[in-house]
Ligand binder design. Sequence first.
Ligand SMILES: [Zn+2]
Length: 191
Amino acid sequence: MSEEQRGVILYGRGRDAVAEALRELDPRYVLVDPAAQQPGQVPVRCCRDAAEADAARQAVSGVAWLVVELYQPGVNIAHARAPVLSLNSTEVDPGLAARAIDQSDLVTWYEVIHPARVITVDGQPPADDYSNIEIVVPGGHRMVAHAVRAEETPPECLPGAALQILPSDDLWALARLRGFEVCRACTLRHG
Ligand SMILES: [Zn+2]
C-alpha cells in the first residue's frame, strides 16, 4: 500500500465482507468518516449503489479514491463513473478482493517462454491468401506472470527485450485466478 492519501469506496454484492477483509489485511483500512480519520489511515466507504459511490467520491476531495464495483455476471447494475476497478464477486472471494484493492497499482506482465513462431511451409514469402503460413508452437511454450508496479521499471527477474514480453493491465493479485504460472521471485516480493 502506498503512503499517498488514499481511500476506498465499495459498492455492489458483498461489499461489507470485502471491507472486513481489507481491515484484516491491514488495520490501516478503517470504516470511518474521512473527516475523522487519523494520519496514515485509509478510509473505506461502503455504498449501496453506483450513484452513492459517485457522490461519496465527489464529497471528499484531496483523497485518491479507488472506486470498486463488485459485480455478478448476468446481473445488470449501474456503473460508477470511471475510473472504476471492477471485480467479479462470484470469482473473487473477499480476501482476494481485498488483496487486489490493496495492490491495485501492481499489474502483470507475461514472459513468453519459447514463443510461437510464424513460418511459411514452402520457405517462400507469405502468400496473399496466407495459405502457406503455419504457426509453430515449440515444446516448452508457456507464459510466466510477473508483477510490475505501474510506472516503475520492471523487476530484474523479467528478462530483457530479447525475449517476448507482453505487458498487461491485469491485476497481479488475480494472476493465479487466471491459471498462469507465476514467477517465484515476484511471489516472494508481493505474495
Ligand atoms: Zn518475476
